[in-house]
Design a protein around this ligand. Sequence first.
Ligand code: MN
Length: 204
Amino acid sequence: MSPSDDKLARYREKRDPRRTREPMGGANRRGRDDERPIFVIQQHDASTLHYDFRLEVDGVLRSWAVPKGPSTDPRVKRLAIPTEDHPLAYADFEGVIPEGSYGAGTVLIWDRGHYRNLEEGADASSVAEQLAEGHATIWLEGQKLQGGYALIHTRLEQGKDWLLVKIDDDAADARRNPTSTEPASVVTGRTLAQVAAEEGTDDD
Ligand code: MN
């Protein structure tokens, strides 16, 4: 058992491995030749369509559900609702979660890549420390999204909600709307409808 197994207890409680093909594995960085942490954004057509924003932090994917998805416009603040930590292997999951299972619906890998802490130097806080303080800044190196983003814990609405906001840098672009114009999976090139059609019919 690795320390991160405890962090995944909520994840496992919600899922039946006999029903869903989602990964159940714990943290495992061995075999990865690149030590930079990863991020993934998964479009998820569950009871409501949303984007799951996940950051590798201390051996798991810290996760937020972003109803409208990320924006590249620094003036736009996107609501981000924290969800349970996911295993690192979830960054490779694209497919259909069957009816009757938690999160039933289609998942597509909308963007993926490495990220780095925007705080640098001897006094820098880790991303885990910044998240604990309710304000983290990171630099994404994705295929669709690049540049700085901030995750900010608002203390409104019972303190549950965070905001995902583009930092105003060279990658900021108020005219881009990648959730609309770039819908395809960065791994397979498929749309959500194609994933659903190809993987949703071969139930037990
Ligand atoms: Mn989701």
